[in-house]
Structures are given as C-alpha cells and as structure tokens.
Design a binder for this molecule. Sequence first.
Ligand code: G4P
Length: 537
Amino acid sequence: MSDIATTTAESPARSPLAAEVARRRTFAIISHPDAGKTTLTEKLLLFGGAINLAGQVKAKGERRNTRSDWMKIERERGISVVTSVMTFEFEGLVFNLLDTPGHEDFSEDTYRTLTAVDSAVMVIDAAKGIEARTRKLFEVCRLRDIPIITFINKMDRESRDVFELLDEIEKTLALDTTPMTWPVGRGRDFLGTYDVVNGGVRLLEGGGAKTGAAQQIEIEELAKLSANLDVSAVKDELELVTAASKPFELAAFREGHLTPVYFGSALRNFGVGDLLEGLGKFAPEPRAQDSDQRKVEATDPRMSAFVFKIQANMDPNHRDRIAFARLCSGKLSRGMKAKLVRTGKSMPLSSPQFFFAQDRSVADEAFAGDVVGIPNHGTLRIGDTLTEGEDFNFVGVPSFAPEIVRRVRLTDAMKAKKLKEALQQMSEEGVVQVFRPRDGAPALVGVVGALQLDVLKARLDAEYSLPVEFEVSEFQLARWVSSEDRKKLDTFIAANTSSIADDVDGDPVYLARNEFYLGYTKERAEGIEFTNVKDVK
Ligand code: G4P
C-alpha cells in the first residue's frame, strides 16, 4: 500500500488537489446485525488511531470535552444517532468510514449514506453466510455500481464450508469472487490465512494484526504448530484455490462484478490489516458525481458538495443541526462562502467539522471525498447542493415512498401550530416524511420503517414538548405523481383532490387506501407517472 500512497502523493504530474483527492477512500460497511460491523470498525480505527493521536495531541483536551458532551446528549436521548462518519489515516491514505445505522429497520438514512460512498466492505458471518439485510444493502450498492470488498468474519469459530460460502456469494448476489487470502485450519484449529497472491501464511498468533509480509511462514512449517493439521490436505486445498480462483481484475471489481474476499476475525484483530491494505490498493478514489447539468469530477478545483444526512438537536437548547455533506469536488476551506443552490443564497462555512472516531474537531480544509459536518439552524436540507457559485444540483439522493402512513394526533389542540413547525423540521431532517392533504385535513406522516415512528414520538416529546399519538389513517400508500404533460397532471390532481397531498418540497403525492385502489387509479390515469422513489433536490 505504501507504494500507492507514495506515487499518488508525490507524482509530479498531479496537482496538489489531485494528490489530496487520490489519497481519499470513502467507504461504508454493509452487514446483517451481529456479523461484526462494530467490532471491525473499532479495529479499523485502531490502525488509524495512533497516527491521529500523534498528530493531534495539542487539540486533545478540547476534543475530549466535545466528545463527552456529544455522548451525553446521545445517552439522554436514548437513541443511538451519532457517529455518522469516522475519519482515520493509515499509511499516507485518508479513510472516511461512513456509518450505516445499526438497527434492523429498513432505513432511508442507510440508503442515503450509500449515496455518499465510493466503495463498501461487506462483512459476512462465516457461520451464517449471506443474510437478509446484507442482501438488501448489497442491492443498493449494485444499483449505484459501488464496488464491494468482502470480509468473511468470525473465522475463529465454527464456520460453514468456505467453498460453499463463496459459491453462495456468486449465486445469490451474482458477483464473482476472488479470494485474496484463504483460511488455514477451521474453527478451533484456525491457524491463520494463506496469502493467495504472494504465498506464505500469516499466523493468528503473533503479529497477525500487522500488515506486510514480515510474519509470513511457509506451509511446511505449519506441521510444527498444530498436531491437528493435515499439512498435505492444506497444500492440496491451497493448490486448488490458487488454480481454480478467478484472477483478481481491478476493472471487474470497480464495475461491481467481482469482489476480492478476505478471511479473518475482527474480534481477534486478524485479517483486518489485509482488508485495509486491500481497501487502500483497490478501492476507488472519489468518483465523479452526476448532477443535473454535468458530471462533476472530483479533481475539479471548484468546491461542490451535497448533504446526505442531517443530525439535529445535538444540543437541545439551541436547535442546532449538523448537515453531513460529502465533498464531490475541489477543496473546502474554513470561512469560505458557498452557494446553496436550492435557495440561491450564499452561506459562510465558518466552522465545518471533521470527525475522528467519536471526536469532532474543526476542519480547516477538506477535499473531495471527505465528509464534513456543517452546523446550521435549519438552512440545509437533505439533498441540498453547495457550490462555489455554480448552478447545478447533484442527483441521486433518494427519498422512498413510505411503507407506513399515520395521522398525528395531538393531545393538546392548542399546539397545532407548534406541531406544524416541528413536523416541517423533522421532514427536512429526513426523520419522517410529512404529507399535507390539499383538502385541508390534518397532516399525515409517512415512514419506511416502524422505528422511525418511535424516534419521531420521542423527539417531539423531548425537544418540542409535544406529546403525540399516531392514528391509522384511511390512506396506506403514497406515491409521487408527475407527468411530462403539465395539463394532464393538473387534470389528474383536480379529479382526485381528496387523495392529493404535498410533500415537504410542495411536490404532489397521491394517497391510496390500498394496493387495489392504487392499481385502479393508475390504470385510469393515462400519462401520469407514479413513483415510489423521489430524487431529493
Ligand atoms: P454488529 O455491529 O455487526 O451488530 O456486530 P458486533 O461487532 O457488535 O458483533 C456481534 C457479536 O459478534 C459480538 O458478540 C462480537 O464480540 C462478536 N464478534 C465479532 N467479531 C467476531 C469474531 O471475529 N469472532 C468471534 N468469535 N466473535 C466476533 P456479543 O457476545 O454479541 O457481544 P459482546 O458482549 O462480545 O460485545
């Protein structure tokens, strides 16, 4: 990996901006709960931790305070919401790890987070193989052509047959696999991994956590380490793996057709170094992003970014919000002014924040690929584009049609205005979607996962003193409606007023009692498009 860092950072052909961009690897971890994402994250941060600490000693005291405040709020709220991004450096590269929320609910947040990464690590529990949530998240990655590196975890325990696991990845995900390492011994007799590319075995005991070839030993020597190991069978297996595996092809990986596979144990910090090395070597640099005007290259010197997540009320006394923005091009410097394209207004970026593990610190500069937190009081919304003056909007940050629609019932009718404001804020943050019926009926909220309703209730109570209940509404489904023919859309809306609502941006939504009604309406609504995903702009 150091080769890559050296060439990217020092290549004379590259501008300083291009060199900085080339150092970035922005990724997420996708997995089913319990596969080991948290453990792996901790171990990855360990690799970067020493470097950060060494370089940040001065700011440490201050950062500690920030961190404890941050955690306290999270504890008080009782909802695990923070740590959306963790930045660490390793061997000359800057890794931005974007966290995907851990709960099992289908979550819009998770999907939006995946719009902000360039690659993903898929963690699989060796005893379980591909599980439901991994599969769902994988499908989102595929839609966006996000390359995947696979980490098969918990090799220190009884696992399923390894060939079978690879076969399952190939068949269920239609993804070619290239094992980069191969486990030697299984379960209790797991000794380490064979380096399929360079040869040699890295042992679980003694130095497995480090990268590099220094701790490798030859297969023949394994007999001395474990009486249970049939060395000739291991040799046969490794010969088979080497001969039968598809060679690793960078292009196929980058296009999302092939995944390099690493084996290890996050708990024992084994194989994590190999994985990190693989990320550094193979994972793409910040990619060009699509906008409604042009493709924006990461090395374009003009700063641009989009907001993919809003974290509100970090401090409940000051309605502050942090908008998490992914830089898509250029360099962001503290104090610079950015144009918020949606409103056309300029906003100063006076204290953009960086996140090191669970700490935050003010960022003086950030480059394409980085994620910064921008404190604001409600100016920024999910999907917003920030530029250095240009007029374009990034596309592809999705909003999903809710699977659950409810009417909010307020116990204190005097607070209707306050509720309206609170719901507006919550919808701008992406906590829920709010639909305002055109016929003046009370607002409906829509969520994709049931947990979102609990979060909404808890937050309305804690932050706005608004105790609410949710009532089943006559409507169960919501679809955005549009048409290339403005007149047709107007006619459709006029004919269905009692089923039309406006979303947070004022875009029309058709509310249906059930699938049958939806189907019935669709059949008769010629020229009208019903969509269950909306590009947030
Ligand atoms: P998640 O974020 O994907 O949900 O998984 P997490 O890291 O929390 O790991 C889930 C459980 O699996 C934890 O055990 C963790 O210690 C264990 N685990 C993770 N990686 C490995 C591994 O490589 N080998 C083995 N043997 N176990 C692993 P737990 O008992 O649920 O929690 P804890 O009490 O140990 O923290």
